[in-house]
Design a protein around this ligand. Structure first.
Ligand code: UD2
Ligand code: MN
Length: 340
């Protein structure tokens, strides 16, 4: 082979190399384009139908991700049901087929009967609308229970109970009475129990999003405060004792609930703890609320309600994280109403 032939061959060889390189580059680019395009273009029929059915789920995820200003889960992964984290329509679809009855316990003893009218009227507007509700009004003044029009499937059941001279005893004995009536009525007649103070009014939707096995509500006065400021009972002599550095949240005494069996366990345990305290001549600093906090520290709630569910506008204003005020405290004159 002479050098000319060699040159000619190597030139042809170089030309072919170029062709191969250009072809490879083209194929590489095309395959990248093809893969990207394949992912972003409309999916195959099977994927298409999944996407269609899951549309609400995707929206819900987006909605919950929108709340970055508040904690959405407890450290034990119970949801904290802030506005914007749930879809009422989906929840109603899940609950409506279950034919549930929700019991509400309200104590209106002595002068506190004056709170009943506003409580019940606003509950009819906002509380569990479309569901069966039994309002259990515990009172020593049955004639003062107002007769207000109720939606279908809802009723008021008046339970005549004794009063106590001290307001603290009235407040604390609620635990005893609720646990007693579980056997007499609640186990048989309701699925869930919601236990509320009477000096409150409904101001916005409160529905099935709040239902769960065991439910506690964050006390509005302590939301975002450090654990050290919580007014837990700090004396070891009391059954409600929570040592410093311990505890999860400060829950309010005026709003808790859950499945009847769970509320039975809670109220019975708190009542028994208060009996032991009494025999040891000690009363917890915030009465039933202190015992509730101890119970919920030992038995973690499966759902936690944010302070939307009980707010005090006069005392706390309207901070930005509070999109809704679902229940509000009704201002009261303590001197005029307590122990009267
Ligand atoms: C909103 C909230 O978390 N409230 C709690 C808080 O005080 P509060 O200042 O809200 O207590 P309160 O005066 O509302 O008393 C608690 C409840 O007991 C009932 N009652 C009281 C006195 C009376 O004469 N007649 C009567 O029916 C009534 O249902 C009232 O709502 O701390 C209390 C214990 O110290 C209870 O744990 C309350 O649930
Ligand atoms: Mn109250």
């Amino acid at each position: 082979m002479n050098s000319k032939t060699k040159d000619c061959l190597s030139k042809t060889y170089r030309d072919w190399l170029w062709v191969i390189l250009v072809l490879a580059a083209f194929l590489g680019g095309y395959s990248t384009y093809f893969i990207l395009e394949h992912h972003s273009s409309s999916p195959e029929p099977a994927t298409q139908s999944v996407q269609h059915h899951e549309k609400p789920k995707i929206e819900l995820q987006t909605a919950s991700q929108r709340r970055i200003d508040v904690p959405l889960l407890t450290p034990w992964l119970a949801p904290i049901v802030w506005d914007g984290t749930f879809d009422e329509d989906i929840l109603n679809e899940q609950f409506q087929g279950r034919n549930i009855t929700i019991g509400v316990t309200i104590f209106a003893i002595k002068k506190y009967v004056i709170f009943l009218k506003l409580f019940l009227e606003t509950a009819e507007k906002h509380f569990m609308v479309g569901y069966k509700v039994n309002y259990y009004v515990f009172t020593d003044r049955p004639n003062d229970v107002p007769k207000i029009p109720l939606q279908e499937g809802r009723k008021i059941i008046t339970l005549v109970v004794q009063n106590y001279s001290r307001w603290q005893d009235i407040s604390m004995h609620r635990m005893e009475m609720i646990s007693n009536y579980c056997h007499q009525l609640f186990f048989k007649d309701v699925d869930y129990l919601v236990c509320l103070d009477v000096d409150m009014k409904f101001n916005d939707h409160v529905g099935v999003e709040m239902l769960s096995d065991l439910v506690g509500t964050l006390h509005p006065g302590f939301y975002g405060a450090s654990r050290e400021t919580f007014t837990y009972e700090r004396r070891p002599k009391s059954q409600a004792y929570i040592p410093r550095g311990k505890g999860d949240y400060y829950y309010m005494g005026g709003f808790f609930g859950g499945k009847v069996q769970q509320v039975y366990k809670l109220t019975k345990a708190c009542h028994e703890a208060m009996l032991i305290d009494k025999s040891n001549r000690i009363e917890a600093v915030w009465h039933d609320e202190s015992h509730l906090n101890k119970y919920l520290f030992l038995h973690k709630p499966t759902k936690v309600l944010p302070p939307e569910y009980m707010w005090d506008k006069q005392l706390l204003g309207w901070p930005a994280f509070l999109r809704k005020m679902r229940m509000l405290a009704v201002p009261k004159n303590h001197a005029k109403i307590r122990n009267k």
